[in-house]
Design a protein around this ligand. Structure first.
Ligand code: CO
Ligand code: CO
Ligand code: CO
Length: 346
C-alpha cells in the first residue's frame, strides 16, 4: 500500500508552528532561569540554548518536530531530522547526540510507515555524524516527527542573533519558497520538478554552510524556518539593534516560486508572519507585492542567513558555492538602526 502523508495534514512542516505573535505573548510571562552558565536562552530568540560546561566546552540544545511536508515517509524522516539538527549548525555548534520525538496514529497507519520515517531520521542523523540514542512515541491523530539534539561548541565561538554588525552583508545559503511550493502542490499548480527541487533542498543539511561560517569566524547567523526570511531577520535585527535591508530581487528562489505567488499561491502562514513583522517593517513604496510576500514564506529546513563583514563576503560566497551551495547569494545589508528593524526593497 502506498501511503501519501500529505493527505493527513492541513499545515505541514514549519508552517504548522504557532503564530509567532501569539508565541511571544506567552513566552514573555515565563520566568527565565538565572544561571551564569546559561550563555544563550530564549531572551534573544536564538535557534538553540547554550549551556557552559567548562571554559572549553558548552552544550547546544534544541528540539523541532512537525507534521509531514511531503508524501513519502522516508523523505519526511530525512527532512524532519535535517531541520532539527539545523539549529545546532546555525549556532556554530557540532551536533553530536539526538533523541527521537514521534507522534503516530498506530491504529490508522501501518507500522511500516513508522519504520520508514524513523529510518529517514536515522540516515540523515548519521550523515550529520549524530547518534540517536533514544526517544519517545505517543499515539496521535496526525503523524509528527523530529529530534531533540545536543551539540558541542566552544563557549567563545557561539554564533547568535545578536552578532550582526552595521556594514555587514547578508548571505542566504538556500533558495526560498518551500511554503509556496507546497501550497501550490495542494492546488495542483506546482510542477514535479519544483516539488523535487524543494524536497532536495529541505533534505540538505546546513553542515557545509556552518563549516564556512566557522572558517571565517562569522558571529551573527540564524537558519530560516517557519517565521520566514523577514521573521527570522527581525529576531536578528532586534537582538543586534540594527536595521536589516533586503534586496528582494536578489533573494534566490526555488523554481517557479515567483509565478506561483502571482497565481495567488500564498499560504496562511505568510500572513501570520507578516502580522508578526508589520509594526517593525518598512517596505519601499514601489515594492513588488509578490517579492514582498516571499519574505514571509514559512520555510521548512531552510538555509542559513549569515551576517558577514563586507570585505569577507565575496570569499565566503566563493567557499559556499564551492561547497555545493550554488544558490548562495548576497541578499541584503545591515545598517545602524533606522526607525524600523526590517526594510524591504525591490
Ligand atoms: Co532555527
Ligand atoms: Co528550531
Ligand atoms: Co542563532
Amino acid at each position: 500500500m502506498k501511503i501519501d502523508l500529505l493527505k493527513m495534514v492541513e499545515y505541514g512542516g514549519c508552517s504548522a508552528k504557532i503564530p509567532p505573535k501569539q508565541l511571544e505573548e506567552i513566552l514573555k510571562y515565563l520566568p527565565l532561569p538565572q544561571d551564569p552558565n546559561i550563555l544563550v536562552d530564549i531572551d534573544t530568540h536564538d535557534d538553540a540554548g547554550v549551556y557552559k560546561i567548562n571554559d572549553d566546552l558548552a552544550l547546544v540544545l534544541t528540539t523541532d518536530f512537525f507534521p509531514p511536508v511531503c508524501s513519502d515517509p522516508y523523505e519526511f524522516g530525512q527532512i524532519a531530522a535535517a531541520n532539527s539538527i539545523s539549529d545546532v549548525y546555525a549556532m556554530g555548534g557540532d551536533p553530536v547526540l539526538a533523541l527521537n520525538i514521534m507522534m503516530f496514529p498506530a491504529s490508522k497507519l501501518p507500522m511500516e510507515v513508522y519504520a520508514e520515517i524513523m529510518k529517514g531520521g536515522f540516515d540523515k542523523a548519521s550523515e550529520a555524524g549524530v547518534r540517536i540514542i533514544g526517544g519517545h512515541t505517543i499515539d496521535d491523530i496526525t503523524p509528527k516527527y523530529g529530534l531533540a539534539v545536543v551539540g558541542y561548541i566552544h563557549p567563545e565561538k557561539i554564533i547568535t542573533n545578536s552578532g550582526a554588525k552595521s556594514g555587514d552583508y547578508l548571505i542566504m545559503t538556500k533558495p526560498i519558497g518551500t511554503g509556496i511550493i507546497m501550497a501550490g502542490q495542494r492546488l495542483g499548480l506546482t510542477s514535479e520538478d519544483d516539488i523535487s527541487e524543494a524536497i532536495g533542498l529541505m533534505k540538505q543539511l546546513n553542515k557545509s554552510g556552518a563549516e564556512v561560517m566557522k572558517k571565517y569566524s562569522i558571529k551573527g547567523a540564524t537558519d530560516i524556518t517557519g517565521f520566514g526570511l523577514a521573521g527570522h531577520a527581525l529576531k536578528m535585527a532586534k537582538a543586534s539593534s540594527v536595521t536589516i535591508t533586503f534586496n528582494m530581487k536578489k533573494v534566490p528562489l526555488i523554481g517557479n516560486t515567483y509565478s506561483l505567488i502571482e497565481d495567488g499561491c500564498i499560504p496562511g502562514a505568510s500572513f501570520r508572519n507578516l502580522d508578526f513583522v508589520e509594526e517593525y517593517l518598512y517596505s519601499a513604496p514601489d515594492i513588488d507585492y509578490n517579492l514582498k510576500m516571499i519574505a514571509f514564506d514559512a520555510q521548512t529546513s531552510g538555509g542559513l542567513l549569515m551576517s558577514v563583514h563586507s570585505q569577507m563576503a565575496e570569499a565566503v560566497l566563493k567557499d559556499l558555492h564551492a561547497a555545493g551551495l550554488t544558490s548562495a547569494s548576497i541578499i541584503g545589508v545591515v545598517t545602524e538602526f533606522q526607525d524600523k528593524y526590517i526594510n524591504l526593497q525591490n
